[in-house]
Write a protein that binds this ligand. Structure first.
Ligand SMILES: Nc1nc2c(ncn2[C@@H]2O[C@H](COP(=O)(O)OP(=O)(O)OP(=O)(O)O)[C@@H](O)[C@H]2O)c(=O)[nH]1
Ligand SMILES: [Mg+2]
Length: 216
């Protein structure tokens, strides 16, 4: 067997084991992907606060270096574990599998996995998640689904973030929606601002409803 094939098989095996472990505990997992700085951690912080008392949220953070994001999450009073991928531009399934040991899954309904900031590599690597969410902020340019189609094709939900900045940037949400739906007709799309709270109830209500189905 060649090396690429062996790596692929090992990733698939880790993904399968992640799915089994999450299914056994009825934990719903979100794989959150975006470019650096699009607002992933901020969205998770908003979700923790909005879902308090309704869903027990835990978070696994992926970054090349530092535990800055996990420290931000812990301030909201939930479990957070930081993965440092060092040279890898995405969370590898075997790293997520071992990170699950650091989270009390029996005390978790909803697990957010914040992937390394990158629109390319994370799209190529399923992590055994229930739903894949891609975030795109309005400061990044409305042509991004055309240039990075795979992440839009493989994600279930697109979140357009930082809409409070729309008056200051040239960004047409309709162009983004059309391009995203051209590669992924079933994609659900939400427009939010974590700054003002606009659009958050619709997005978080949808995630809660999806989570309900798995938590049983
Ligand atoms: N104006 C505005 N700024 C926001 C919003 N959401 C996040 N930000 C800001 O955007 C910056 C990056 O936010 P993060 O949540 O750290 O982004 P991230 O995607 O987690 O970044 P990485 O983990 O480094 O990839 C911070 O300065 C946030 O305060 C928003 O809705 N509106
Ligand atoms: Mg972050």
């Amino acid at each position: 067997m060649d090396v690429d094939r062996a790596i692929q098989q090992s990733a698939e095996e880790s993904g399968r084991r992640i799915r089994e472990r999450l299914a056994a505990r009825k934990v719903f997992a979100v794989n959150l992907i975006s470019s650096p700085g699009s607002g992933k951690t901020t969205l998770i912080e908003s979700a923790i606060d909005a879902l308090r008392g309704k869903k027990r949220v835990s978070v696994i953070e992926g970054d090349i270096e530092t535990d800055i994001d996990a420290a931000r999450i812990r301030k909201h009073g939930v479990q957070a574990h930081q993965i440092n991928t060092r040279s890898s531009c995405h969370i590898q399934p075997f790293l997520l599998l071992s990170a699950l040991d650091r989270i009390d899954l029996d005390a978790t309904d909803l697990l957010f996995v914040e992937n390394v900031g990158n629109l390319v590599c994370p799209a190529e690597v399923p992590l055994g998640e229930d739903v894949r969410v891609v975030a795109l902020s309005v400061t990044e340019g409305d042509e991004k689904p055309l240039k990075y189609p795979l992440v839009f094709k493989t994600s279930d939900i697109l979140v357009i973030t930082k809409t409070d900045l729309l008056p200051y940037v040239k960004f047409d949400p309709e162009r983004v929606k059309a391009a995203a739906r051209a590669v992924n007709p079933g994609m659900e799309i939400f427009e939010v601002s974590a700054q003002t709270g606009a659009g958050l109830p619709a997005l978080l209500g949808r995630i809660e409803a999806l989570c309900d189905r798995k938590n049983g």
